[in-house]
Design a binder for this molecule. Structure first.
Ligand SMILES: O=P(O)(O)OC[C@H]1O[C@H](OP(=O)(O)OP(=O)(O)O)[C@H](O)[C@@H]1O
Ligand SMILES: O=c1[nH]c(=O)c2nc[nH]c2[nH]1
Length: 193
């Protein structure tokens, strides 16, 4: 998606440790007009597919998923929580995910009433790096007997391999920008086309 690539080139910065910082528009300050265009792009890619629900993971996927849902007939958006809470009751699907930016494992939890057998689910997230977050969401869907119809990602860091592994597993992964290389010394960012 050219608009997203241009924003990454103009406002993104490359940090040590394979970190691309795009918090000016994607995952701290949020550009909802850009999110809307991202939602439209995913709707075009997944047109004709049955999607009953969008599933994402807190925190950064939530805003993007909610705006994207407007392009999928306002389907419900469920976000997996990364901590137990007195606000979580009833039976839950639980797995664990290693967080790329927080560098520790979190429980990842969805109440059973919000993920059901037979649901056709679109997974949405801001970043795909090693694929840990998505595998956690896929585990939750498998536990629930839900089908993962597709995966919509804003920024995939292709050189970390998570996206290609998911494609090899047969998932339809639509990443709007795929970074194939980035250099913290020069700031250079190269996209896959
Ligand atoms: O493919 P992976 O290696 O799993 O990396 C991608 C995940 O990393 C980030 O989550 P993180 O927990 O770092 O931050 P967040 O709380 O801002 O979503 C991002 O939001 C994705 O969920
Ligand atoms: O802001 C972010 N930058 C990244 O490079 C990244 N990788 C996973 N999650 C990420 N979040």
């Amino acid at each position: 998606m050219q608009e997203l690539e241009e924003r990454i080139q103009s406002e993104g910065t490359v940090k040590e440790g394979n970190v691309l910082k795009v918090d000016a528009f994607l995952n701290h300050q949020c550009d909802v007009r850009l999110f809307d265009h991202m939602g439209a792009a995913w709707a075009q890619h997944f047109a004709g597919k049955k999607i009953d629900k969008i599933l994402t993971i807190e925190a950064s996927g939530i805003g993007i998923a909610c705006v994207a849902a407007r392009h999928f007939g306002d389907v419900p958006v469920v976000f997996a929580k990364k901590a137990q809470s007195i606000n979580l009751d009833g039976d839950q699907y639980v797995t664990t995910v290693y967080s790329f930016t927080k560098q520790k494992e979190f429980p990842v939890i969805v109440a059973k009433k919000y993920l059901n057998a037979g649901d056709h689910v679109l997974l949405i997230d801001d970043f795909l790096a090693n694929g840990k977050a998505l595998h956690g969401l896929i585990n939750l869907c498998e536990d629930a007997g839900a089908t993962v119809t597709g995966i919509g990602i804003a920024v995939e860091k292709g050189f970390q391999g998570g996206g290609d592994a998911l494609r090899a597993e047969g998932y339809d992964v639509d990443s709007l920008a795929i970074v194939d290389a980035m250099d913290p010394a020069t700031g250079e960012i190269t996209f896959r086309h």
